[in-house]
Design a protein around this ligand. Structure first.
Ligand SMILES: [Mn+2]
Length: 299
């Protein structure tokens, strides 16, 4: 049997253009807690790269765009040498870079409390990261998305959005009118297998591989305080772990991300523990399928 492939951690330690602030501190905290060493023990080795924005002056959108470009290059290079990229990012919009780095034919399974499908015309907060999934699916910021090498807007019917429980009215109606598959936290809580199984069967026929995006605030506030946006009505820790097993049974997990972890509010450390456990689960379920996969030829 060929050896297990290596894991490549790609850390983007920024939140809204600010390095190591709020959720931007999450990736560094996870690395300090020994995430790379822990993943190395269950894989063919684990390296970590910490991305730095080269811009002389950081700005929310411009810095995020720069990081997307850097993430895409790291993910493409990791994939080319047969490694499993796992992105640690303060903000969710790193997904635009990750999916671009994986190339066409990649589906998206997105765990999040929030919809992340606002656009500049619908956002009340002006928070760029509330538009992450909208940008990924080609609804806004097209000029910046095109700066990310390999970016192609992800088709709605290649997206499963899981665990939402903090959607605003606009996001709710956008999802209803779209071809994205939306599986709310209430449905997942009644049974992960029944909630996700059929949708995953359909997605596995449409795509060659998936990117699994875990915004840690998808978890219920009673489980952990991943960031300042957590709420009641979220998923249990074991729901996410069970879902990862179901996904990997059906389709290749080509990359994953843990996003939006703010260690500042995680006073009992439970969100940190969950993040590490999720990364370990991703490695355990994804690597056997990647074992022996021929390194991809650069496009
Ligand atoms: Mn998010």
């Amino acid at each position: 049997m060929p050896p297990l492939p290596p894991v490549q951690l790609v850390a983007a330690p920024y939140d809204s253009g600010q390095r190591a602030a709020r959720m931007g501190a999450g990736p560094l905290h996870l690395l300090e807690r020994g995430l790379a060493e822990r993943l190395a023990r269950r894989s063919g080795g684990c390296d970590a790269v910490v991305l730095e924005s080269p811009l002389p002056f950081q700005r929310e959108v411009g810095t995020a765009s720069m990081l997307q470009q850097l993430v895409a290059a790291e993910v493409r290079s990791a994939r080319a040498r047969g490694a499993l990229p796992i992105v640690l990012s303060g903000n969710c919009n790193s997904a635009v870079g990750t999916v671009a780095g994986l190339g066409p034919g990649t589906g998206v399974i997105w765990f999040d409390a929030h919809g992340d499908v606002n656009t500049p015309e619908t956002s009340f907060s002006g928070f760029f990261d509330g538009m992450a999934l909208a940008m990924l699916t080609g609804r806004c910021w097209q000029t910046l998305a095109r700066r990310v090498e390999g970016h192609v807007p992800v088709r709605d019917d290649h997206v499963i959005f899981v665990g939402g429980h903090q959607l605003d009215t606009w996001e709710r109606s956008l999802f209803e009118a779209s071809a994205m598959t939306v599986i709310g936290s209430d449905v997942v809580r009644r049974g992960v297998h029944e909630a996700l199984g059929p949708a995953l069967d359909v997605l596995a026929k449409r795509v060659d591989r998936v990117y699994v995006h875990v915004d840690l605030d998808v978890h219920d506030i009673a489980e952990m305080r991943a960031n300042g946006f957590v709420a009641t009505g979220g998923l249990l820790r074991r729901d996410v772990v069970d879902a990862l097993h179901l996904i990997a049974e059906r389709v290749e997990i080509a990359a994953a991300a843990l996003t939006a972890y703010d260690p500042g509010g995680d006073t009992d450390g439970r969100a940190c523990d969950a993040a590490i456990a999720i990364a370990e689960t991703v490695v355990d379920v994804a690597l056997p399928r990647l074992r022996g996969r021929a390194p991809s030829t650069p496009a």
